[in-house]
Design a protein around this ligand. Structure first.
Ligand SMILES: [Zn+2]
Length: 377
C-alpha cells in the first residue's frame, strides 16, 4: 500500500511540474487551411513527415521548411488559435497574386471552411463560436486528455471574398468571428500593407454591419489611413492578430507607437508575429537568413516588451505567430524548429523580468479575456 501511494504522489508531482512547465498557448494567427489546400499539407502529420514529403519540391520557397502541424501544436500546448480563411481579389494588371472576381475568392474561402469542418469531423479541431464554447474548450485542455482537438476561432484575412452584406451574414452564421478588412495592397473594403488610402463607402458599410453582428475587427495589415478611418467608424472590439512594432522595424506593415497606444485604449490585444523580416531591420527576402542576421525569439520578446513598456502593463501583448504564413524555417527565429518551440518564450520573458502573472497574460490570458468579453454568449 505504502509503495502504491508513493508512486501516486510521484505521478502527481510529475503532473504538477508538467503543467508548470507547459502553460497554455493561444496563437492569434495561423493560416491552417491555406497550408492544407494551397501547400497540400495534411496537418495531422508530424512536421518531420510533412518536410520529408516535400523534399525536392521548389514551387514555393518554404517547401520542406514548415513548422506547424497538429502534433506539434499539441506538443507545445498550443491548444487554441485564431485560424484564417483567405482569398484575395485583384484588379487586372495587379502584380499581387489573387482571383479575378470576388465570387472566385468567396469560393476559395468556402473550400477552406470545408477543410476546417472536415478536421472537426475527424476530431482534430473544434470551432469556438461563443463564450460558452471557449469555457468548455479551456476546461477540456485543463483535463489533459491524450490528443485533444485544437480550438479555433475563425477569422478572415482580407475581406475581398465577402461579395455582399448577405455573404457577411452567412459567414457569421457558419462561425466567422473576426475580419481584417485588408491584406496586402488595395482591397475592396480597405487599403492594406504597402498601399495608401482609406476604407471608402464599401469599407464603411462592412464595418457598420460587423458592428451590428458583434464581430471583431482585426486591425492588422491596414494602411495608416484605413487604420484611422476603420477605428473611427467601428465601435466594437478591435484586436491585431499578428503585428509588430514600427519602432523596432520601420515599415508600414508595423504599428507606430501612437497606433499601439490607441489600440490599448480600445482594450485591444496585439499578437506578436514571427516572420523574420518584421523582427530585424533590413531583411532581404532570399538573401537574409536566420543565421546571418541572428534573428531569434529574443527579437519577439523585444516586440512584446515594447508593447508592454509603452502601455505600462502586460495586458495588451500576445502571440500571433503567423508561422507557415507562406514562410518556414528559412525566415523564422533560428531557435525555433516547430511551433512547439513557442514554449521557450516564458523563460525568455522571465529573464527579461516578467513575473508569472505577466507571462500567463502574454501566452494566452489576454486573448482569452478579450474573447470572453467579446464573443457572443
Ligand atoms: Zn498576414
Amino acid at each position: 500500500m505504502a509503495g502504491r501511494s508513493k508512486k501516486k504522489k510521484n505521478y502527481n508531482l510529475i503532473n504538477i511540474l508538467f503543467m508548470k512547465t507547459l502553460p497554455l498557448i493561444f496563437d492569434a494567427h495561423l493560416d491552417l487551411s491555406m497550408n492544407a489546400l494551397e501547400w497540400n499539407r495534411d496537418l495531422r502529420w508530424p512536421v518531420s513527415e510533412i518536410r520529408e514529403s516535400e523534399k525536392g519540391m521548389d514551387d514555393k520557397p518554404d517547401r520542406a521548411k514548415g513548422t506547424v502541424s497538429f502534433p506539434s501544436m499539441r506538443q507545445g500546448n498550443v491548444g487554441i488559435c485564431v485560424a484564417t480563411q483567405i482569398g484575395r481579389y485583384v484588379k487586372p494588371g495587379s502584380s499581387l497574386p489573387g482571383w479575378k472576381s470576388q465570387e472566385q475568392a468567396w469560393a476559395q474561402t468556402q473550400g477552406q471552411l470545408a477543410w476546417y469542418n472536415a478536421m472537426e469531423d475527424a476530431g482534430e479541431m473544434v470551432q469556438i463560436r461563443t463564450a460558452a464554447d471557449l469555457e468548455k474548450h479551456l476546461n477540456l485542455w485543463k483535463s489533459k486528455p491524450a490528443a485533444p482537438p485544437i480550438g479555433y476561432i475563425l477569422s478572415l484575412e482580407g475581406a475581398d471574398s465577402i461579395i455582399s452584406i448577405s455573404h457577411l451574414e452567412k459567414a457569421f452564421k457558419y462561425g466567422l468571428r473576426a475580419i481584417g478588412p485588408a491584406h496586402y495592397g488595395p482591397g475592396i473594403y480597405a487599403h492594406g500593407t504597402d498601399s495608401t488610402g482609406g476604407i471608402g463607402v464599401k469599407g464603411w458599410q462592412l464595418l457598420k454591419e460587423m458592428d451590428e453582428l458583434g464581430m471583431i475587427l482585426d486591425a492588422t495589415h491596414l494602411s495608416d489611413e484605413s487604420f484611422r478611418e476603420a477605428l473611427d467608424t467601428f465601435h466594437g472590439p478591435v484586436w491585431a492578430s499578428h503585428n509588430n512594432c514600427r519602432a523596432l522595424v520601420n515599415h508600414n506593415r508595423q504599428f507606430s507607437d501612437e497606433q499601439i497606444l490607441e489600440l490599448a485604449e480600445r482594450e485591444s490585444v496585439i499578437g506578436v508575429a514571427l516572420d523574420a523580416w518584421m523582427m530585424v531591420p533590413g531583411w532581404v527576402r532570399g538573401v537574409s537568413t536566420p543565421q546571418n542576421t541572428g534573428v531569434s525569439l529574443k527579437h519577439m520578446i523585444d516586440n512584446i516588451d515594447h508593447i508592454c513598456q509603452l502601455t505600462g502593463n502586460s495586458l495588451h501583448a500576445g502571440i500571433g505567430s503567423d508561422l507557415d504564413g507562406a514562410f518556414g524555417t528559412e525566415q523564422c527565429p533560428m531557435d525555433l524548429d516547430t511551433i512547439a518551440d513557442l514554449q521557450k518564450v516564458p523563460a525568455l520573458l522571465s529573464e527579461k523580468g516578467y513575473n508569472e502573472n505577466d507571462i500567463e497574460n502574454i501566452m494566452s490570458g489576454n486573448f482569452i479575456r478579450f474573447l470572453k468579453e467579446n464573443l457572443p454568449e
